[in-house]
Design a protein around this ligand. Sequence first.
Ligand code: PMP
Length: 361
Amino acid sequence: MEKRIFNFNPGPAAQPLSVLKKIQKDFLNYNNTGMSIIEISHRSDEFMEILEYTKARIKRLYNLSDKWNIIFVPGGASLQFAMLAMNLLPENTQGEYINTGTWSTKAIQEAQIQKKNIKVTASSEDRSFSYIPENFTTDDKSAFLHITTNNTVRGTQWHKIPDLNIPIAADMCSDILSRPLDIEKFGIIYAGIQKNIGPSGTALVLIHDDMLKLIPDDLPTMLSYKTYINKDSMHNTPSTFAIYCCGLVLKWIEEDMGGLKGIEDLNKRKAGYIYDEIDSSGGFYKGTAEIKDRSLMNATFRLPDEDLEKKFVQEASKIGLGGLKGHRSAGGIRASLYNAVPETGVKALAEFMKKFRKDNS
Ligand code: PMP
């Protein structure tokens, strides 16, 4: 096998090696059909089985009742920003949003483009999106409060999902299936699947029946959640390959990693290696998120100057630690530590950080 690196990319991102090997093995002849997984019909028994099995795993992992609908929508999470507002904010309805960075801002903008009635209930923009707002209140009359549970660019995460008087609508792109969830607090959850659960270009959407009454009847077919629910994500040809990969990753979470609790414990350990090094570096590494809100998925930090940051990324890359450059809008370093990034890789990164600090301070 070609040499593989430890991949800290923000998304598309590291996938479990055992899953990649399984995909490779099945690729030319899926389940003795004599066809590749990308050649079989989306209406075939084989694909129907994959779809059912994938949905059943999500249902089990999040303990979803029959009132939850599990759909796959093309277009990634960015389309969800627009679809969510289009579907769940009919006339005379208000939506609330918390702005915690780049992706929340985009979700807000997509509602504003459609001239929807929205309110930005709280924001952390005053301190460069370095924290998660607390102590805000929501109106009983609002249809939902939208939050971004993990802020991929700034490295903050909602560790406590708030108890509210209205359902939460969550962009969970970068921490979906990374920890157990109190699912009753949510009305809708969406995520591009390219970080924790598969390839890019498709969103997983979980939507509770109670939200469906909000959906107008006159939406374009492919932009209405009702189409995906009524046609089991198969009104048109879905990304069969993405759904197949997603099913394999879910199997890995359930059967190899001890489910969401097992994954959460692992994610806490992994993030701990990096944050411990930051905190014991005497200020050489400076975390950009407030400690209480630090993300377990994206550890973001700065070095004393930009030249050292460049050198850090280059030297890390030379020893097989890739994808560490911060988002272009934030600068610095970002280590994305999604579910499938192995603990050995994160330990190797922490070791490298220690050595780099000693060599350069
Ligand atoms: N929301 C969050 C939190 C993200 O991290 C991203 C992608 N990095 C998106 C939305 C956009 O996802 P997509 O590229 O699938 O549209």
